[in-house]
Design a protein around this ligand. Structure first.
Ligand code: SPV
Ligand code: MG
Length: 553
């Protein structure tokens, strides 16, 4: 018989709880390390550096809050900080719970709250509330052993997760009570239910710590804090079967040194250039804060506000017929009732959610300088035509686009009609073109012959395609005048780009106007359509137009 290979895929196991993770560090056969952190960002940095657990140091949290390590910050204020630290990280936190914030009753409540906030465990020290940091003064009074054991028991009885850990910190060595007292207390605390013993020392060498570890003989996990005996090689702690080593205050001390240096330097130099390369970048902050995750979530949860198409405005020509009015700037910058023509165009586009606007400049380009617009320049505007000007904006010809001359004004409603109209290339064509100006020769007109004429009938709005476009069409066949405004779908934009490229390759680009471009597209069977409009626009070619424009507004 052949052996049948099991095809069951392993079910992914959830990560162990933070309580479990901390307990595993305590009982692991290896010597493990906890890194000090005192707020969300330092906790993240400790985690990012590879630590498997965090020491939420009372000294450091107090210092970061600008107070002394003397229970000046209330325990709920510490809890708030811990919540930020726990939320910011996936590794467990052992919190420095000082003396348990009061008697057994305060300890019970603290343990419950820590469990509720996912803090892996608490370390309490056998001193009196309000505590004093162990490195201050000599012979600090110690708690009564039985009272302290009651506190440990109360904590163990209140924990809401079986893996929550209580570490009992023995201060007998620091307070000068000696090794025997230290061992006696450690044993009493172990029997009271402590999951580990923190034996603290303020000697410059590890002698008493190593002696304690030897005498203790692995009865339960031992935690040490080599702040003062920092020169001891870590291997000695390993050899002595230390369970956990706490690097207790090095992030706060590092940040104090760094902040002091940078503050003094900026104050001295009144200048940022000197420190820029010495400090974390703003992008680093964004990365630590996981801003990418927020961007992803926004995509999932925020309603999508579809941005409008982009717009390309052709504004390279001077507008010779306007004479002196365009001596200092092109006609797109001519003032129409207090605002340049181009600004009016931009606000109309903005109202239709068109925010990406590119303007092709030419004549007196430096005077075309409205904010929040992309500019490209046709520096050969004197010897080229509209198609070449459009080709300068080639990089903006992508996705849905609105194409406009820079010298036209039109009623706002025309734009949404055009944007919503179907078709890859759609020209807004004025069906009432004959009424626009009694003198047919007063303007150069882009005349259009559609597949059918404009009809006023409500139901008669089927697609109309451009048959011919040009300035010299036989008037009998003309159905309207292109107003200088067009819409391109993404496909239409690609088609236009390809046609411009073909014209460039043939050498016909420089001389071509847009009529020529559209005619070629029609001839090449592109989907060029007509959207009939009925008046409500003008272009500013001459002094009469300008007068009309003032009235139009
Ligand atoms: C802390 O980090 O707050 C400690 C360790 O309790 S020590 O400062 O050494 O007492
Ligand atoms: Mg402390």
């Amino acid at each position: 018989m052949r052996a049948i290979k099991s095809e069951t895929t392993p079910i992914p196991q959830p990560a162990p709880s933070k309580f479990r993770q901390l307990r595993e560090l305590l009982v692991s056969a290896e010597t493990e390390f906890l890194m000090e952190a005192h707020n969300g960002i330092s906790a993240k940095i400790a985690e990012e550096s590879g630590f498997k657990g965090i020491w939420a140091s009372g000294l450091s949290i107090s210092a970061a809050l600008g107070v002394r390590d003397s229970n000046e910050a209330s325990w709920t204020q510490v809890l708030e900080v811990l919540e930020f630290m726990a939320d910011a990280t996936k590794i467990p936190i052992l919190v420095d719970g000082d003396t348990g914030y009061g008697n057994f009753n305060n300890m019970r409540r603290a343990v419950q709250k820590l469990c509720q906030r996912g803090i892996g465990g608490i370390c309490i020290e056998d001193k009196l509330f309000p505590k004093t940091n162990s490195f201050i003064g000599e012979g600090q009074p110690l708690a009564d052993i039985d009272e302290f054991c009651g506190k440990i028991k109360a904590g163990k009885d209140s924990q809401e997760d079986p893996d929550f850990s209580i570490v009992a910190r023995v201060e007998a060595l620091i307070s000068g009570w000696g090794m025997e007292e230290a061992l006696k207390r450690a044993e009493a605390y172990r029997k009271a239910g402590a999951d580990g013993i923190l034996i603290h020392s303020k000697r410059r060498d590890a002698q008493e710590i190593l002696t304690f570890l030897k005498e203790w003989a692995n009865r339960s996990p031992v935690v040490i804090v080599p702040t003062t005996y920092y020169k001891t090689p870590t291997q000695e702690f390993r050899d002595a079967k230390t369970s956990v080593v706490i690097w207790a205050n090095h992030n706060i001390r590092a940040s104090i040194a760094a902040m002091r240096e940078v503050s003094r330097r900026i104050q001295r130099e009144q200048y940022l250039g000197g420190v820029e390369d010495e400090i974390a970048t703003v992008d680093d902050i964004f990365r630590l804060a996981e801003n990418d995750e927020l961007a992803q979530a926004e995509k999932r949860y925020l309603p999508t506000t579809k941005s409008g198409p982009r717009a390309i405005i052709l504004a390279a020509s001077r507008g010779n017929e306007l004479g002196g009015l365009t001596e200092h700037h092109p006609k797109c910058m001519i003032d129409i009732r207090g605002q340049p023509l181009l600004r009016r165009m931009v606000s109309t586009l903005n109202e239709e959610k068109i925010r990406e606007i590119a303007v092709v400049r030419g004549y007196k380009k430096e005077t075309v300088n409205l904010p929040s617009i992309d500019y490209v320049d046709n520096d050969r505007y004197m010897v080229t035509g509209e198609a070449a000007t459009l080709a300068c904006a080639e990089k903006f010809l992508k996705g849905e686009c609105v194409l406009s001359y820079g010298d036209i004004l039109f009623r706002h409603y025309i734009l949404p009609l055009l944007i919503e109209s179907e078709g890859d290339i759609v020209l807004a064509v004025d069906a009432l073109w004959r009424e626009r100006d009694p003198d047919p020769h007063s303007h150069v007109r882009d005349l259009v012959q559609g597949s059918r004429a404009f009809k006023t009938h409500y139901l008669d709005d089927g697609p109309v395609t451009v048959q011919r476009i040009g300035r010299d069409l036989d008037e009998d066949n003309v159905h309207g005048e292109w107003i200088g405004l067009a819409k391109l779908s993404a496909k239409g934009a690609e088609r236009v780009k390809a046609e411009l490229a073909a014209m460039r390759a043939e050498g016909s680009l420089d001389r071509a106007d847009l009529n020529m471009l559209f005619s070629r597209l029609v001839a090449g069977s592109a989907d060029v359509r007509v959207l009939y409009v009925t008046g409500h626009w003008l272009d500013v070619d001459n002094a009469t137009d300008l007068e009309n424009a003032q009235k139009f507004l």
